[in-house]
Design a protein around this ligand. Structure first.
Ligand SMILES: [Zn+2]
Length: 250
């Protein structure tokens, strides 16, 4: 399936191509994925990126904010045959009840509106120093990411993503790392705002728990989109039952 770059969280800002290919995983791929997918969150992220890039190498030229959406999308379209609605099972965080939630790709998945001004980057001050931000593509992000995969001086994906937002990592990496990890007070607020601006573009989805509503609680929980596909292999089996025409016993 071809996803138009205008449908991505970045709105396709300054992309030199108009679409990227993302297809549902085949049986073979699902098996490979579940056998080989690393447990370590950093290795897993790299694995997910490479998994997408196998199908379309243009992935390396996409922004990281778009990749996070595409990783999610690939799992979603693997789960359901119909390519616009997806039924997922989520656990109510209040009472633990399993709720079936039907998600419509066009109606339920929303991005925070992107402004072309923020896509041009910014000048920021962190502690004593002035920095310039970039909006990293996967290729640019991997330059930073590979350093941390190797040396593990930082093993928090969120932190590494924030570090990748600062220009000139190659020459000033140590200083940038120090200023970000050691940030205090309003600098933390600034870094969190940058993270939300450049990575966290997907709005959460509201799920209503009938059990909680019955017991007088509000029962509305906002699920982050990532948390919705945690169990996507189980959802695959639940939502794609075989019908009578597929198998005929002798
Ligand atoms: Zn509940």
């Amino acid at each position: 399936m071809e996803i138009l770059t205008t449908q991505l969280p970045s709105g396709g800002y300054k992309y030199p191509f108009t679409s990227v290919s993302v297809s549902p995983m085949t049986f073979l791929e699902i098996n490979k994925y579940s056998e080989n997918c690393p447990k370590d969150p950093l290795e897993k992220y790299l694995y997910d990126i490479k998994f997408l890039a196998q199908e379309d190498p243009k992935i390396y030229d996409c922004y990281v904010m778009d990749i996070d959406f595409l990783i999610f999308l690939k799992k979603l379209i693997t789960v359901n045959e119909d390519q616009t609605t997806y039924t997922l099972t989520v656990k109510c965080p209040e009472c633990g009840k399993e709720i079936k939630k039907k998600i419509n790709l066009e109606k339920d998945i929303h991005f925070k509106q992107i402004d072309s001004k923020i896509m041009e980057g910014a000048q920021i001050r962190l502690g004593e120093r002035a920095y310039e931000t970039i909006i990293p593509t996967v290729r640019e992000f991997l330059d930073v990411f590979n350093t941390y995969l190797r040396y593990r001086t930082v093993d928090d994906l969120k932190m590494i993503k924030i570090i990748s937002l600062i220009k000139n990592f190659k020459v000033a990496g140590n200083q940038i790392e120090k200023d970000i990890l050691g940030a205090t007070h309003s600098d933390i607020t600034l870094l969190m705002a940058l993270y939300e601006l450049y990575f966290d573009r997907l709005e959460g989805i509201e799920v209503t728990c009938p059990n909680c509503v019955k017991e007088g609680r509000r029962g509305v929980v906002t699920m982050s989109v990532d948390s919705l596909v945690v169990d996507f292999f189980r959802d695959l089996y639940n939502n794609c039952p075989i019908d009578q025409s597929k198998i005929l016993f002798k």
